[in-house]
Ligand binder design. Structure first.
Ligand SMILES: [Zn+2]
Ligand SMILES: [Zn+2]
Length: 183
């Protein structure tokens, strides 16, 4: 029996074009592609989810707390299960992916692309921030709008956070975490 997160009926609103590739993720044995991951040239689907979760300032326990599972599990077991998904040890089901999107934002298209790359498909690696894994369609949002690219793989929000506070330009406000703390 495969463990998966429970979803609500309105998740059926997800476009069918998105459901099909996501359903394919169900069938991906990510662990089987482990040897190629050792090169670490590409972000794995699990690592992508972990980076996005961390960028939202959430721990696995925070996400586990808001995630119901079928069958029902204690929260600390759900947290361990999430860690295994993020380590690409256990596959993520369609329902789990949809439920995770309720806890934090990530780009379904990117997840599908990364899953394809993990399956050795000749897919162009998506453009991601190397720190927070934000992307064009899933940018960091702050009071002053979305982040932008500073380097090929570094967004303005993460760039600003690396600088000493006094030297940070106005884009520091782009980072949700930074602006929320200041506010
Ligand atoms: Zn970033
Ligand atoms: Zn960003």
């Amino acid at each position: 029996m495969q463990l998966q997160a429970l979803t609500n009926s309105d998740d059926a609103d997800l476009p069918i074009s998105m459901r099909l590739p996501l359903d394919a993720i169900d069938r991906i044995n990510v662990a089987a592609s482990a040897p190629s991951r050792s090169s670490d040239r590409h972000v794995t689907p699990g690592a992508y989810l972990k980076r996005r979760r961390t960028a939202h300032g959430l721990g696995v326990h925070d996400v586990a707390a808001v995630l119901a599972t079928e069958p029902r599990l204690a929260e600390h077991v759900r947290a361990e299960w999430l860690e295994q998904i993020e380590a690409d040890i256990v596959p993520m089901s369609f329902n789990t992916i949809v439920a995770l999107r309720r806890a934090f934002t990530f780009d379904l298209d990117i997840l599908v692309q990364l899953a394809a790359i993990a399956m050795h498909s000749p897919v162009e690696p998506p453009r991601l921030c190397r720190i927070c894994a934000c992307s064009e369609a899933d940018a960091c949002l702050g009071h002053r709008g979305a982040c932008s690219w500073i380097e090929h793989d570094l967004c303005s929000a993460c760039f600003a956070l690396r600088m000493p506070p006094a030297d940070r330009p106005a884009i520091a406000a782009v980072s949700p975490s930074a602006s929320d703390v200041v506010a």
